[in-house]
Design a binder for this molecule. Structure first.
Ligand code: P6P
Length: 341
């Protein structure tokens, strides 16, 4: 059993910062502010069953989806926690159609924050693990004024940090700043995130696949063949694989990150670009999984290389253990990607 040195998220972030002589400490402050937002959201998520915060608000988000009260709370908390730190020039959220400007009374910084405040929220009432996903870029628009949509629609390759918080049996903060993937478990007794998963590495090959098989009829023929191949018996390739699908992207990918696995949300005949969002779901998860030694593509192209066309655009995603993603790409070799408008 490897002895993990006792370390807090705050100390880990600053230790990482000191490895870069020209670091200004701004990214460290950003990550620290995000961990604060995570603690506050975790508090509400973990008592949601007690407080009358469950149930629909009756409102709809920008995608016409019913919004749960916790979605709004998490979104508001992220914005309130992040808008005055002086490190951001602009933010964007799954819950807001347009970009979110920094209030004029606060200092404008050089970073950009994109986030899905509460991914998997349709599972809230069932007490299934849900999560916050975040992605950090440097601004590319000129000057020191408010950030722009151009700042919020950069290629995933340009991310300088990304992470997620999973609110489950415990609250875990997992992040990468380009130097490996590290996980921290919240100790609620004294409100600190403690290093619990140093340098996470995803197994190169797995025995787990995650996909909503209810959409089987609408899949490309190559994907149907791949899933049937996974279900055949062949001990030499570890088949049949186990099917594990929670319906909460953060929870499914987190399990696969630790145990190995491939998570798939493909395009299909009803949804030509899939369901999941490129900028604040797929790009950050792709950065994390690649940093852990895995692979993430849309079936044809590396997720991080996709040139975004719009803030809320969707993309098919195949993400996880490298050998598994490479193999599904082979089954999809004759699949024609639908151009994102
Ligand atoms: P489906 C949750 O609503 C979510 O955005 C992701 O967290 C999850 O992976 C996916 O949608 C589940 O979608 O269509 O399988 O219910």
């Amino acid at each position: 059993m490897v002895q993990i040195k006792f370390n807090t998220l705050a100390r880990h972030i600053y230790e990482e910062e000191r490895k870069y002589p020209d670091a200004t400490g701004e990214l460290s402050d950003l990550l620290h502010d995000l961990s604060l937002a995570a603690k506050v959201i975790s508090l509400e998520v973990n008592k949601a069953g007690l407080v009358d915060i469950l149930g629909f608000t009756g409102d709809q988000n920008v995608h016409g989806e019913q919004v749960k009260k916790l979605d709004i709370y998490a979104n508001d908390m992220m914005i309130k926690a992040m808008d005055h730190g002086g490190h951001l020039c602009v933010m964007a959220s799954e819950e807001d159609e347009d970009i979110i400007h920094i209030p004029p009374e606060f200092h404008i910084g050089k970073y950009v924050l994109l986030f899905d405040p509460l991914d998997g929220s349709s599972n809230i009432d069932a007490n299934v693990s849900i999560g916050t996903i975040f992605s950090i870029y440097r601004r590319v628009s000129p000057g020191n004024g408010p950030g722009t949509m151009e700042d919020c629609t950069q290629q995933g390759l340009k991310q300088i940090a990304a992470g997620y918080v999973i609110y489950g049996s415990s609250t875990l903060f997992v992040y990468t700043a380009g130097n490996g993937v590290h996980g921290f478990t919240l100790d609620p007794s004294f409100g600190e995130f403690i290093l619990s998963h140093p340098s996470i590495k995803i197994p190169k090959k797995s025995k787990i696949y995650s996909i909503n098989e209810g959409n089987y009829l609408y899949w490309h023929s190559g994907l149907k063949k791949y899933i049937k191949w996974l279900q055949e018996e062949d001990k030499s390739t570890g088949r049949p694989y186990s099917s594990r699908y929670i319906g909460s992207m953060v929870a499914d990918i987190h399990r696969n990150l630790l145990y190995g696995g491939i998570f798939m949300y493909p395009a299909d005949s009803r949804n030509p670009n899939g369901k999941l969002r490129l900028m604040y779901e797929c790009n950050p998860m792709a950065f994390i999984v690649e940093q852990a030694g895995g692979r993430a593509s849309n079936g044809k192209q590396r997720i991080l290389e996709i040139q975004p066309k719009s803030l809320h655009q969707r993309t098919p995603i195949f993400i996880g253990s490298e050998e598994d993603v490479l193999l599904v790409e082979k089954f999809l070799s004759d699949y024609e990607m639908i151009e994102v408008k």
